[in-house]
Write a protein that binds this ligand. Sequence first.
Ligand SMILES: NC(=O)c1ccc[n+]([C@@H]2O[C@H](COP(=O)([O-])OP(=O)(O)OC[C@H]3O[C@@H](n4cnc5c(N)ncnc54)[C@H](OP(=O)(O)O)[C@@H]3O)[C@@H](O)[C@H]2O)c1
Length: 425
Amino acid sequence: MSPLAVLALALPLSHAFVPPSPAHLPSLSSSRRVSLRRSPPPASLPSTALQATTLVRPTSDTKDAKDKEPLTADLPPLLGGLRAINKKIVVITGASSGLGLATTKSLAKQGGYFVVMAVRDKEKTKRICKEEGLEEGKDVAVLEMDLASFDSVRKFARNLKAWLGPQPLDRLICNAAVYLPHLQAPEFTKDGYEMSLQVNHLSHFLLINLLLPELKKSKDPRCVIVGSITGNTNTIGGGLVWPRAELGDMRGWRRMLKGQRTAMIDGHNFNGAKAYKDSKLCNMLLMQELDRRLHNSTNIAFTSMYPGCIAETNLFRNKRQWFRKLFPVFMKYVTGGYVSEPEAGDRLAQTVADPRCAKSGIYWSWNGGARMVGVLVPGSDTPVGAGGSGGDLFENTLSDEAQDKKKAQMVWEYSAKAVGLDDIA
Ligand SMILES: NC(=O)c1ccc[n+]([C@@H]2O[C@H](COP(=O)([O-])OP(=O)(O)OC[C@H]3O[C@@H](n4cnc5c(N)ncnc54)[C@H](OP(=O)(O)O)[C@@H]3O)[C@@H](O)[C@H]2O)c1
């Protein structure tokens, strides 16, 4: 089997409880207020078949009620303790495995950072912390958040705000993701969205907006959304390997917003690998839209990055055993795009620590030893920016679609409606 054929198989690829108050809602500026609004009522539907698949999404009343639920006091005391040792506070989603865990370890090793590990399985993560020598209360705290539930994201944000008090949040890393290429039919969350769209993109959109006030308090705030070569069609890995990321005219997303059960943003049939790639494309479009809308007024540096192909992570948990054995070998010895978990973790940690990465609106990559999956530079035989071990940080170029300003605006508006923050400037 040719290397590209194998690649094609690979990549279809405070203890104090603070009662919620309006102050807990994101306030961007007087002209950029965020308000919780009822999702638009489902439009009249043309057929009974369609009505059978129509969803009833939570209204603002149920959301408000959820926002008043008591918080869980499951974080160590912060004020006094951490401030005295002057650590920067970092939140990482998906810190229980792969890139997120490696980044947590890298930051803990550097000193200067206290990482809030935002995870769906707290007990598992606490066990991992013990095994990895990550000391809770000193290096890290573990706080629950299931990105498959908007309620859980809101609860996490309220817990974090109560815990932080006046302390700023210095870094937010949106890293968690699911990749579901094995599914024949879409899996929907209880909020009614296709799983990879909600976990990888929509919930991160909500989280970022909810935590803007805390980020704004920091002197050097940064928000990094992990991107991927697979969402970028200007690469061999993202452009030649089917299916390609492509949002089309987003008619599928409009159907979702009308309450019709629809999996794919482009409105076409479900494809799990494409749903992942589309969600990564949304991640990179969102990063640029955040930069355009909010960087000047908030000083937050919004960036994205491609860590390289970390071929051994649990992202590939749904692939067959033979694939999970061969894929790292192929990426190491054939394409050269392979990066180990510790190196990828150092790269993501670099985006939050390196002074160069305070620049907003950038898609960071590393010019390592990749030979086959990078950006093809006209007039050169050597692709760049595909990861690969080693090399230095550089400002990578996104695909035309990933740079499309109109699509980025649409992603913003549709995401705001989807998560119930539909009054964001
Ligand atoms: N691996 C690569 O080659 C590669 C390449 C480019 C980009 N990336 C990106 O790197 C990031 C991390 O991926 P990875 O390779 O490190 O995969 P991974 O090991 O599977 O890590 C994914 C993380 O997301 C968490 N997660 C999944 N569903 C969640 C949910 N509903 N709520 C909260 N957390 C959830 C997982 O938690 P559990 O531990 O509970 O499952 C895990 O901690 C992703 O954004 C991915 O797109 C990876």
